[in-house]
Design a protein around this ligand. Structure first.
Ligand SMILES: Nc1nc2c(c(=O)[nH]1)N[C@H]1C(S)=C(S)[C@@H](COP(=O)(O)O)O[C@H]1N2
Ligand SMILES: [Mo]
Length: 521
């Protein structure tokens, strides 16, 4: 009897230990996954905040009085201890009744999820790391408890039982040790990764953009089409389309950022972020467009960019005769080939640090990116740019050129219907039709509409801010019941009408007229 109790107790101790290891795995996996999601609420910090919220005031006062500036460390120690105790109980519970253990772990996971998603500025997607952690914890608990279940009963022959028990225990300790070590590495890795991102975000938040030496021309009244539901003329940073090959957003510190300008130049130039802040910066509205944008697509956005004209940097480096291209490279290896003459012809091609009055968002290239009016992004808009090599198209190929896209990418004239949407149902009578058209650097001088097989008629153009930006248009349509097609085409500043020749985005941009089907009731 005593022997049986003894054995039960020591097995319970192992089960408790399994619970602690599983809890460590929950937190470690959540922390590691969290590093890739958000800097605002990593699982450990969020749990800490919740822990603070639930700590009675007297205990808080006691902690601050006792531990002073070490109160954060004390908080995490206290939290760790609480979690460890709960985890011991959970481990034993799971050993006795697996389903009870599962419920306990899921409850613990829910507490972490709730802690994360109730922090300010956090979305539901930020719960994913905690959910992943919870599953990993359950798995580990299951695996660790398995050898404990095969411990021989009291009725098996004594010697054999002792050997089997030793073997089971050895397996248990090996598995628990390896898992605990892996959890430690994952948690440390997650913290380090998360810290880099937090540091960059804090530096970005503290950054004061200089006022431009050359301000953007005032935006005329009436750039926005009056049609309800229209795309905003100026795209908010949070709505700006994002295209890049980066699996996780590069975290580049502005302090460490440096741009090297080299290749076919008389003088190699190096620029720091401070050099950019100290230079006279230019502000300009420029509409970016992605070459992958299909006819009627929305991979285009318009922002006010603040940056140093690239021609100023090139003037210092003095390109040599024979150079015809600048290969810009990002810290993550992406590269773009931009014709040298485009960067020198006076358009607002910028090494941009500001977007709509803010430092660049991380995903849009913080601290520095290129913005070149008139060229698709894949040959011009390098984010996290760190290197400009003055070279020749004959000598060097950019990232997408090596993958079957063209080496040059002037933006094609394009008109788009924004309202009504494709397949919309609208009431008969006056229907407001509105959209956006672009032909950066050439400008838009006309937009025409065709209903079914009718005549092409001129739409009303909204004001134009510059030839580097898109232009909105609107049209009052007297709609009769039935299914109708609205076609649209633009004319650019050279007088050329947008081509109806259909082309896929590969290799140098889609073309053709958009046709939108609507049902009038
Ligand atoms: N470093 C880097 N820069 C990049 C890319 C990329 O994949 N990596 N994609 C380019 C492409 S294809 C486009 S369309 C624009 C998009 O810029 P955005 O994400 O700020 O809208 O960035 C360009 N700059
Ligand atoms: Mo793109």
């Amino acid at each position: 009897m005593a022997k049986l109790r003894n054995q039960l107790d020591s097995t319970s101790a192992l089960a408790a230990l399994a619970g602690v290891v599983a809890a460590a795995v929950v937190l470690a996996v959540a922390e590691l996954a969290g590093a890739f999601f958000t800097a605002r609420a990593t699982p450990l910090n969020a749990l800490g905040s919740t822990f603070i919220d639930f700590t009675p005031p007297w205990l808080k006062d006691f902690a601050i009085a006792t531990f002073g500036t070490n109160d954060k460390a004390a908080l995490f120690a206290g939290m760790g201890l609480t979690i460890a105790v709960l985890a011991c109980i959970l481990g034993v519970l799971a050993y006795r009744r697996w389903m009870l253990g599962v419920l306990g772990v899921v409850f613990m996971g829910s507490v972490i999820v709730a802690s994360v998603v109730t922090r300010a500025g956090v979305g539901l997607a930020d719960a994913v790391p905690s959910v992943l952690g919870t599953f990993a914890g359950l798995l580990v608990l299951r695996v660790l408890l398995a050898p404990l279940r095969t411990l021989p009963g009291a009725d098996s022959p004594a010697g054999q039982a002792r050997d089997a028990r030793t073997a089971s225990r050895r397996r248990f300790f090996a598995a628990a040790g390896i898992t605990a070590a892996a959890a430690g590495i994952a948690a440390t890795g997650g913290r380090l990764l998360g810290a880099a991102r937090r540091n960059v975000l804090e530096a970005r938040a503290a950054l004061q953009l200089p006022s431009p030496a050359m301000a953007a021309p005032a935006v005329p009244a009436g750039v926005q089409s009056p049609v309800p539901g229209m795309t905003p003329w100026l795209t908010p940073n949070s709505d700006f389309y994002r295209i890049d090959t980066a699996l996780s957003v590069p975290e580049v510190s502005a302090d460490e950022w440096e741009l090297r300008v080299h290749g076919l130049v008389e003088e190699e130039v190096r620029l720091t972020f401070q050099d950019l802040l100290d230079a006279g910066l230019t502000e300009a509205h420029v509409t970016l467009t992605c070459v992958s944008n299909p006819v009627g697509g929305n991979l285009a956005g318009n922002a006010r960019w603040l940056g140093l004209p690239i021609r100023d940097v090139l003037a210092r480096a003095r390109p040599k005769d024979g150079a015809d291209m600048v290969l810009s490279t990002s810290i993550d290896g992406f590269s773009a080939s931009t014709p040298l003459e485009v960067l020198q012809d006076g358009r607002d091609a910028l090494l941009a640090i500001g977007m709509n009055g803010e430092p660049l968002p991380l995903e849009h290239g913080y601290p520095v990116r290129m913005v070149v009016p008139g060229l698709y992004g894949f040959v011009s808009a390098t984010k996290w740019v760190v290197d400009l090599e003055v070279t020749r198209f004959a000598d060097r190929k950019a990232y997408w050129t090596e993958r079957g896209w063209s080496e040059r990418g002037p933006i094609k004239t394009m008109a788009r219907v924004d309202v009504p949407k494709s397949f919309a149902k609208v009431p008969a009578g006056q229907v407001a039709v509105g959209g956006t058209a672009w032909a950066q650097t050439r400008g838009i001088t006309g937009v025409e509409i065709q209903i079914d097989d009718g005549d092409w008629v001129a739409a009303e153009l909204s004001a134009e801010a510059s030839r580097a930006t898109w232009r909105q248009w609107s049209y009052e349509w007297n709609a009769t019941p039935g299914a109708h097609y609205i076609k649209v085409r633009a004319t650019d500043g050279t007088g050329e009408v947008q081509t109806n020749r259909r082309a896929d985005p590969v290799p140098d941009g889609a073309s053709g007229w958009q046709s939108v089907m609507v049902t009038v009731e």
